[in-house]
Design a protein around this ligand. Structure first.
Ligand code: ISE
Length: 356
């Protein structure tokens, strides 16, 4: 008898279909048992390829007695209800970001899991499994850079659809930098500012692209993020950490470098995140499957998902208002986000009496 973890995959758009393929062909000890999507034809097509059952009702997929664990790649707006159902059944779930779409529901999920006394939710921040990120995290944790002072992140996508406005850039792209910074530095982000400059003419009217996002951490370190989703070039994700005793850089994309007879030098560009983080996704899935079988998680937790939701919500408020927003995550209460106190601005010096 097989002891494969029988998984229901909910949502088989690009990411979900990618995971179904990985779980079926590359991950050991796992089997996709049920596939659900709001597009029934899509679910049937993906299920057919891997010999799974297509199910039109997401709740029926979660509650199927032949399902041991769930992978949520469904739209974020569906996550709260689906995570609740997984917790009610007490089964492990790997949830693609966002955990949920608002702070209160994310907090409620964290509390509900806590009350069960068992970690069942892992969040799909795949960068934590990328060899470059894990090496950088270890270097920092081992004190190799001394005290970290600044993190500089560039997150560039070659192209996105018109729905990808500046708020979406924060919730969908910058969210990875939020989690990466928390992972690398091992501390919470406490404030966020968003600076809008000139936009690319590739952006729809009114959309600010690129934007510069600046976070502060509990220890006072600064994290700068350039988010630019319409570069027209390649998928580029770079992170540099500057510490008291040195700096370290990852994401240079320096794979195969070729010098050719036509006098050119260089390598191939990375077209998208699946190519850049393919290995990380596979490691993430394997570790999740192994952990789920052992009744635990091995990666970012519900709390990590919740912290990211809260910081990104503060980021969206900062973008809308042009004001710095603070984030308070500590304690059992729902995270508070609040604008920086208005200040009086720059005061002209009082020159009276300065000259004889
Ligand atoms: C996408 O949803 C991802 O998760 C990618 O990692 C990110 O680079 C991209 O900007 C997002 O839209």
């Amino acid at each position: 008898m097989s002891d494969d973890l029988r998984i229901a995959v909910l949502g088989v758009g690009m990411m979900g279909a990618f995971h179904v393929d990985a779980l079926s062909r590359r991950v050991r000890g796992a089997k996709v048992a049920v596939v659900n999507d709001f597009l029934a034809d899509k679910a049937a097509e993906v299920a057919g390829v891997v010999g799974a059952r297509a199910e039109s009702d997401p709740m029926a997929a979660i509650n199927d007695s032949d399902v041991d664990a769930v992978l949520l790649a469904s739209p974020g707006a569906a996550h709260a209800e689906q995570l609740n159902a997984c917790l009610d059944r007490g089964i492990p779930v790997l949830c693609e970001k966002p955990l949920t779409t608002d702070i209160a529901s994310a907090h409620a999920i964290v509390q509900k899991e806590k009350a069960l006394g068992k970690q069942l939710i892992q969040v799909g921040f795949m960068r934590r499994f990328d060899p470059e990120y894990t090496a950088l995290q270890k270097l920092i944790a081992d004190g190799g850079l001394g005290k970290p002072l600044m993190v500089h992140c560039a997150h560039r996508n070659p192209a996105v659809g018109d729905h990808f406005n500046s708020e979406f850039m924060i919730r969908d792209s910058v969210v990875h930098e939020v989690d990466s910074a928390r992972f690398l530095l091992g501390e919470e982000l406490t404030s966020v500012e968003v600076i809008r400059g000139a936009s690319t003419s590739n952006a729809p009217h009114g959309v600010h692209d690129p934007i510069l996002v600046i976070f502060e951490t509990e220890s006072g370190a600064l994290v700068t993020v350039e988010s630019f989703v319409r570069t027209g070039v390649a998928y580029e994700v770079r992170t540099e950490v500057v510490g008291e005793r040195g700096s370290a850089l990852i994401g240079l994309d320096q794979n195969l470098q070729v010098k050719s007879t036509d006098g050119r030098w260089g390598g191939a560009i990375t077209p998208g995140f699946v190519e850049r983080f393919g290995q990380a996704y596979d490691i993430e899935l394997q570790r999740w499957v192994d952990a789920a079988k052992a009744g635990t998680i091995d990666g970012p937790s519900a709390w990590d998902g919740y912290a990211a939701v809260a910081v990104c919500e503060a980021g969206v408020q900062a973008l809308r208002s042009g004001v710095k927003f603070h984030v308070h995550l500590a304690g059992g209460a729902v995270a508070a986000i609040e604008p920086e106190e208005p200040h009086a601005g720059i005061q002209a010096p009082d020159l009276e009496g300065a000259w004889p």
